[in-house]
Design a protein around this ligand. Structure first.
Ligand code: HEM
Length: 184
């Protein structure tokens, strides 16, 4: 049996669920731990693990950014917003996780609880933008399944084959900027 080997742009969608689930659960646990002090350490553990998976996902996101095949111009713009929100979210959660791990024996103070609510909101927006890139912009979809307008709207090689292969380079990404349809 031939198992399909994932393309580089397929790694990011495999990982993103982990930081979303870990960090959001961590934030909920932080609030619960105010009533149940035994939850402070698990809550801090979830935040730390979520941050580690968050940065791994971000690294995979950058790989996607440079390798993802055909997509719309709108998706291309949204990728920059997605990148910005992701970095902001992770920087905030990294700060929260470090603080919480150091003081994991006691429940979080109001400032950190407020910060973790902001982080959760930023994380939801990041995930929403990621979904928009895929489901409204065609990025991360096997190119053969896309409409010809998106698939062949813009070429960065000698043949249409390259445009549909999903293995275009970062330089192609640079040249794609400003065109009606984008391919990496
Ligand atoms: C906290 C970090 C991040 C989270 C939680 C996140 C979340 C997501 C989600 C939920 C999707 C939609 C996946 C799907 O439904 O198939 C997505 C797609 C995508 N994200 Fe992110 N993302 C993060 C960081 C990044 C970064 C730093 C980049 C770099 C630009 C990036 C680039 C992309 C791209 C190109 C896609 C299109 C699908 C693909 O990867 O093949 N992401 N992201």
């Amino acid at each position: 049996m031939n198992l399909p080997i994932p393309e580089l742009w397929e790694i990011h969608p495999m990982l993103v669920h982990f930081p979303i689930a870990l960090l959001l659960t961590g934030v909920v646990m932080e609030f619960l731990s105010r009533k149940r002090p035994t939850l402070t350490i698990p809550a801090a553990g979830l935040l730390v693990t979520g941050v580690v998976f968050g940065w791994l996902s971000a690294a995979a996101g950058l790989l996607s950014f440079y390798t993802v095949p055909a997509h719309t111009k709108q998706a291309h713009v949204l990728m920059w917003w997605h990148l910005g929100f992701a970095v902001l979210t992770l920087l905030l959660f990294t700060w929260i996780a470090v603080k919480r791990w150091k003081a994991r024996q006691v429940s979080a103070r109001h400032l950190l609880l407020l910060a973790s609510l902001c982080g959760a909101a930023l994380l939801v927006v990041t995930g929403y933008l990621g979904g928009m890139i895929v489901y409204h912009g065609g990025a991360g979809i096997q190119p053969d399944l896309l409409s010809p307008e998106i698939r062949t709207g813009h070429h960065h090689g000698d043949s249409g084959q390259e445009a549909t292969s999903g293995k275009q380079s970062g330089n192609d990404h640079e040249r794609a900027r400003g065109e009606g349809q984008h391919e990496h």
